[in-house]
Design a protein around this ligand. Structure first.
Ligand code: HEC
Length: 174
């Protein structure tokens, strides 16, 4: 490696880790290939943030099995939230069905939570929510730059294992 590419590599590394710290750790929480067919879609609803967005949320086999056995999501659990923009009508208003659910438009992001009890030391507890790590991807599964405080928003929900849709999750199979 010559000096130029070494310096460029370091600069890129700095950029990626700064981006990662802003909202999740794509270097630690991989994109779960195949989730859309392999995982269970346990809830789809308008987002709680008040924006015209829809969340379609999936749980992997480990998460399903552990909650169906009456426990909390076991290590190895992965939750995926597809975030869709609402489809707009000609007047630029979000289209809703009779129950007030937005009609899905563009897939704008894919948020991932993964539970592990053996995170490397550099993924510090302050950037996680309990044993859950976070990452945000775009619709093609590439890390998505963002300024979201993933952990900060999920951390207060310790009594439901930091999962905002916990009641829906533990309701799988019931
Ligand atoms: C402003 C608060 C807030 C921030 C910041 C936030 N989340 Fe969430 N998250 C929520 C809420 C609320 C839900 C429940 C779905 C909904 O209604 O929007 C949720 C749901 C999820 C879910 C589905 C499982 C669950 O907990 O219900 C995943 C996965 C997720 N978030 C990942 C992330 C990632 C990754 C980031 C950072 C890139 C992040 N979140 C940042 C509030 C937040």
């Amino acid at each position: 490696m010559n000096m130029k590419s070494g310096a460029l590599g370091l600069a890129l590394l700095g950029l990626v880790s700064a981006m990662a710290l802003a909202g999740g750790r794509p270097d630690q929480v991989p994109f779960p290939e195949g989730y859309s067919t392999g995982f269970k879609n346990y809830v789809t609803r308008n987002r709680a943030n008040g924006k015209p967005e829809i969340a379609k949320i999936f749980a992997n086999e480990t998460a399903q099995q552990s909650v169906m056995a009456g426990g909390q999501p076991a290590p190895g659990s992965v939750l995926v939230m597809e975030i869709y923009k609402a489809a707009m009508d000609a007047a630029g208003k979000p289209i809703k069905d009779g129950e007030g659910n937005f009609k899905r438009g563009e897939l704008s992001g894919i948020a991932v939570m993964q539970k592990r009890t053996d995170w490397p030391a550099d993924y510090v507890a302050a950037d996680r929510a309990g044993d859950w790590g976070f990452a945000l991807y775009d619709s093609r599964g590439q890390p998505k730059a963002n300024e979201l405080a993933c952990a900060g928003c999920h951390q207060p929900f310790k009594n439901q294992d930091f999962v905002l849709t916990y009641l829906k999750l533990v309701g799988i199979g019931k």
